[in-house]
Design a protein around this ligand. Sequence first.
Ligand code: ADP
Ligand code: NI
Length: 214
Amino acid sequence: MNLNLIYYFAKNKLEGESSGHDWLHALRVERNAINISPQGLTQSEQNIIKICCWLHDTIDPKLSDSKKTTISDIRKLLKKAEVNKNTIQEIIYIIQNLSYSKNIEKKKELSLVGKIVQDADRLDAIGAIGIARAFYYGGNKEHVLYNNKEARHINEMTEVNYRDQDSVINHFYEKLLLLKDSMNTKNAKIIANQRTEFMESFLKQFYEETQYKK
Ligand code: ADP
Ligand code: NI
C-alpha cells in the first residue's frame, strides 16, 4: 500500500484551506486518533485510521470547487495506492458518515476504526483549538461574534439548517458543548471532558468581561 501517495494527495488538497478544514487540522486529527486508539489494533486498522484522518475533509462541500474531491476521485486514488477493494469501501463509508451534521438527525453506524476517527475529528472542534477554529470559521463566513438570539435546541436542528447559525457564541451551544456526550471511546471522553471544562471557563469569563447575557 502506497501511503505516501494518499498523504500528499490530501496535503495538496487541504494546504492553505480557509474553511476550517486545512491540512494542519487533518494532521491534528491523526495525532488525536493515535492518542485515543486502544492497544492491539492491527497494522491494517492503523493504516485505515491514518488514511481516513488525512482524507476525511477532502470531500467536504465547503471546500472551494478547485480543491473539492469527489468519491470517485478518492476511489481512483486508493486504487492507485493499491488499497484493496473492501478497505476502499470501508474508508469511503467512514469519511462519508463521520461528520457532526450527518449525525444530527440519526446516528450513523460506524466500525471501531470509524468511531476512533470520528472522536479524533470531534476532539479538534473543542477545547482551545475548538474555540480558535469556531471564531476563525465565523470570521471567514462573516458571522457575528455574538448576538442576543437564543441558540437552537438539538431537536430543532437538521443536516441542512445546522449551517444557518450566524453567531459564533451560539455555535458553542448548538455543537461544541454537546460533543463530549457523543464521544464513542473511553479515551476520547476523558479528553473531551477536560476540553469542555476549558470552553465553559472561557464562556464564563467572556460573559463577565462583556456583560452579555446567555
Ligand atoms: P462537521 O464536518 O463535523 O459537520 P463542520 O464542517 O461543521 O464540522 O465544522 C468545521 C469547523 O468549523 C469546526 O471546528 C466547527 O466547530 C466550526 N464551525 C462550523 N459551523 C460553525 C458556525 N456556525 N460557527 C462557528 N464555527 C463553526
Ligand atoms: Ni474534520
